[in-house]
Design a protein around this ligand. Sequence first.
Ligand SMILES: [Zn+2]
Ligand SMILES: [Zn+2]
Length: 161
Amino acid sequence: MKTDKAELLRAHGLTVTPQRLAVLKAVEHCPHGSADAIADDVRGRLGTVSVQTIYDALTTFVERGLIRRIEPAGSPALFDPRAGDGHHHAICRSCRSVQDVESPITPLPFRAHASRPDFVVDEAEVVYWGLCAACRATPDTPPADTPGPRPRPRKPRPHSL
Ligand SMILES: [Zn+2]
Ligand SMILES: [Zn+2]
């Protein structure tokens, strides 16, 4: 999908800054990346950018619906460039890779609403845990030797709700 990032920011009522553009590009470049991974990517583009600036941009983008934050158990928050479509995720227990899973025909929030009309759903997070194809192919490889993102110690969340 080719979208003009500056236009996208303006369409969401946000001032365009080089930092925000770099953060938005980084989220697309590392889909389902942690704030740390995104910060690395942003620094690769812009040089020194404070962690706070990156967290602030991520928080703002999530609030405005430009990106989506998912918070799988035992993982730092991950940021997803696909927002608003309610898709689900499959996460590998071994290498922690995250894959998109298309949601069923009726998006989950609306199904929840059908059974609990008194409860207004604004978000649904569905995670399927298992083993990815690569990890199933090498079942004896210890997780520490597998490529890809690994669980990191928890960092302060980029938001304070
Ligand atoms: Zn895996
Ligand atoms: Zn996703």
